[in-house]
Design a protein around this ligand. Structure first.
Ligand SMILES: *[C@@H]1O[C@H](CO)[C@@H](O)[C@H](O)[C@H]1NC(C)=O
Ligand SMILES: *[C@@H]1O[C@H](CO)[C@@H](O)[C@H](O)[C@H]1NC(C)=O
Ligand SMILES: *[C@@H]1O[C@H](CO)[C@@H](O)[C@H](O)[C@H]1NC(C)=O
Ligand SMILES: *[C@@H]1O[C@H](CO)[C@@H](O)[C@H](O)[C@H]1NC(C)=O
Ligand SMILES: *[C@@H]1O[C@H](CO)[C@@H](O)[C@H](O)[C@H]1NC(C)=O
Ligand SMILES: *[C@@H]1O[C@H](CO)[C@@H](O)[C@H](O)[C@H]1NC(C)=O
Ligand SMILES: *[C@@H]1O[C@H](CO)[C@@H](O)[C@H](O)[C@H]1NC(C)=O
Ligand SMILES: CC(=O)N[C@H]1CO[C@H](CO)[C@@H](O)[C@@H]1O
Length: 504
């Protein structure tokens, strides 16, 4: 799911994952904490005219860990049974796990997992994650209603979904394989970890498994990817950023910046949060491109899918575009244009106000509040500017990010809570030391998220596939003629692993 429609793009958060344009909210940037609006895994756009299957609803418990609480709510799911060969007792069930964005039904008819379903005669199911899309467990997103939002409840939702579907659809004795990309990739691995009797294997694509408050490695990967693709790129960015720094203290300079970067508002040099947001947004232009470089998302209808590292770095080293600061502005303005935005928003207070809104977004809207809540209470993963050697300036340090938790959710959501939460998450799932079997962890070398993912085979029966030269979730998108050899091989390797798990 991504976002875009409004004419502003704020920028405080930079990173998550994948989503679609078309649903946006005003001050929120199209890439938010490394996640495209709508989720880490992009929304597929339909290449054919295949009608996606209709949505269905399951009654779920609000709190799986308190049996005295009898509250229930309705969770959305989808079924594609076209390839399911029910007369074959070995035909498996494939479960696509929803994540931090709405579950887009277009995934029910496209993507690599559908190809695999065709090969194995599988039944395809997708469950939307609680608090995202249309799966609203509570009347609103007030802080006291958000206590039921966490990955453990989400895994318990999957467990109940699994048992309900088994009964309702008569799937006894069938093997289940879980799929997910990005945060749902982590959930796929954790589902196998926590409920090994319910799922026989998991394809955990680009899943960050290690919770960490200060994800400073993110910009390190971005810097490497930029520099190895186009030498001189990071140096030009550094010069540009220095130019921005020099202009901020002077009123003439601020007016110049407003003009060349098409800012929506005047810069208030005393507002450190606005300045942090500005620097982080400008870095975000490059983070987004690196995270999704050459990833075949055209099928999703992603507006900037054809803008790659070569495009933006090509601009950064192109002297005919003027001084480096003007080239940096040209990249910014190109992305604004692609996202149909008329000016660059960077006002921190506006962004915080939007995140404080507890009303569920209207149909099609993108709410980033639930994901923000999960980062503040489980994972961290803030793409701070604290790595020393990246070129984007050091104006968005970790405190800028952690303060947002307090500003949005209140004083309890402080650093102390975050530290306890992140350490509990790693105790719960094992972090990098996760002990699982029959899980494959594909990750792309230039996807910054691989630094929080499994980089070595964690056990004899789980597998790491490192896909050279690819970005976030690349192996999940439909294949294309131009896919690198490594990606083609990875898809084949994953298929062979699934075949192995199904015959054991
Ligand atoms: C499965 O879910 C449906 C709809 O929520 C419910 O009516 C039914 O009782 C459930 N069945 C089982 C066996 O859990
Ligand atoms: C379905 O499975 C049965 C039993 O394995 C097999 O004989 C049949 O050819 C399969 N049908 C299709 C359409 O693949
Ligand atoms: C399942 O996906 C296939 C491949 O895109 C599509 O042709 C079919 O119509 C889908 N079936 C349902 C029930 O949506
Ligand atoms: C991306 O594609 C659009 C539409 O096909 C085209 O107008 C635009 O120039 C392309 N942008 C780049 C940077 O190639
Ligand atoms: C540099 O930018 C100019 C002006 O946009 C363009 O005409 C030229 O093709 C670019 N040069 C390269 C090497 O991309
Ligand atoms: C931008 O606007 C054009 C024309 O109205 C539309 O075709 C396109 O899909 C929009 N792009 C985005 C990212 O919303
Ligand atoms: C809060 O979000 C809802 C749903 O998107 C929207 O209708 C409402 O205008 C927003 N409220 C404020 C104060 O922005
Ligand atoms: C699981 C997996 O593929 N891990 C790879 C992720 O990326 C690193 C490179 O930084 C590889 O070394 C890992 O093998």
């Amino acid at each position: 799911m991504m976002a875009a429609s409004s004419n502003r793009r704020t920028v405080a958060l930079s990173f998550l994952l994948c989503f679609t344009f078309g649903d946006i909210c005003a001050g929120t940037p199209y890439i938010f904490r490394g996640k495209l609006k709508g989720g880490f895994l992009g929304t597929p756009r339909h290449s054919s005219n295949v009608e996606p299957p209709p949505e269905k609803w399951l009654v779920q418990r609000l709190d799986h860990f308190n049996h005295a609480d009898t509250n229930v709510w309705k969770q959305r799911y989808f079924v594609n049974d076209t390839f399911f060969n029910s007369t074959n007792p070995d035909a498996p069930v494939f479960l696509m796990i929803g994540g931090e964005g709405k579950a887009n039904s277009l995934w029910m008819t496209t993507g690599t997992w559908i190809k695999y379903a065709q090969d194995f005669g599988a039944l395809c199911l997708m469950l939307e994650h609680r608090y995202y899309g249309k799966s609203h467990p509570t009347v609103d997103m007030g802080v006291k209603h958000m206590v039921y939002l966490n990955s453990e409840q989400a895994l318990a939702d999957l467990a109940y979904f699994r048992s309900n579907m088994t009964n309702v659809l008569g799937l006894q004795k069938r093997k289940w394989i879980a799929f997910g990309g990005s945060y749902p990739g982590s959930l796929a691995a954790w589902f196998r970890l926590k409920y090994p009797h319910l799922v026989d294997g998991a394809v955990a694509t680009s899943g960050p498994v290690f919770a960490k408050i200060n994800f400073l490695e993110y910009l390190e990967v971005v810097q490497d990817a930029l520099e190895t693709t186009v030498p001189g790129c990071t140096e030009a960015i550094q010069t540009a950023v220095r130019g921005v720094e020099v202009n901020i203290p002077q009123s003439v300079g601020r007016a110049l910046l407003k003009d060349i970067f098409m800012l929506c508002d005047e810069i208030d040099e005393r507002n450190k949060n606005d300045i942090a947001n500005l620097f982080s947004t400008l870095a975000g232009n490059f983070e987004n491109i690196v995270q999704y470089n050459n990833d075949n998302r055209e099928f999703e209808g992603v507006a900037d899918a054809n803008i790659t590292i070569d495009t933006v770095c090509g601009m950064m080293v192109n002297e005919t575009l003027g001084a480096p600061m003007l080239r940096y502005a040209a990249v910014n303005n190109l992305l604004l244009k692609v996202h149909n935005e008329t000016c660059q928003d960077f006002k921190y207070d506006k962004f915080i106000k939007e995140q404080q809104n507890v009303t569920w977004p209207e149909e099609g809207g993108v709410g980033e509040r639930p994901w923000m809540y999960q980062t503040c209470t489980e994972f961290g993963w803030y793409q701070s500017s604290d790595y020393v050697h990246h070129p984007f300036g050091h104006r968005f340090p970790i405190n800028f990010w952690t303060q947002q938790c307090v500003d949005v959710f209140g004083p309890n959501f402080n650093m102390e809570l975050l530290q306890r939460a992140v350490s509990r998450t790693n105790d719960d799932y094992g972090g990098f030391g996760i002990k699982v079997t029959k899980v494959v962890f594909p990750n792309g070398s230039i996807d910054p998220w691989h630094r929080m993912g499994i980089v070595e085979r964690p056990g004899d029966e789980s597998h790491a596939i490192f896909i050279k030269g690819t970005a976030h979730c690349a192996n999940m998108y439909p294949a294309s003629e131009s896919d690198p050899k490594e990606l083609v091989e990875a898809r084949e390797q994953i298929k062979n692993l699934i075949a192995e798990w199904l015959t054991e």
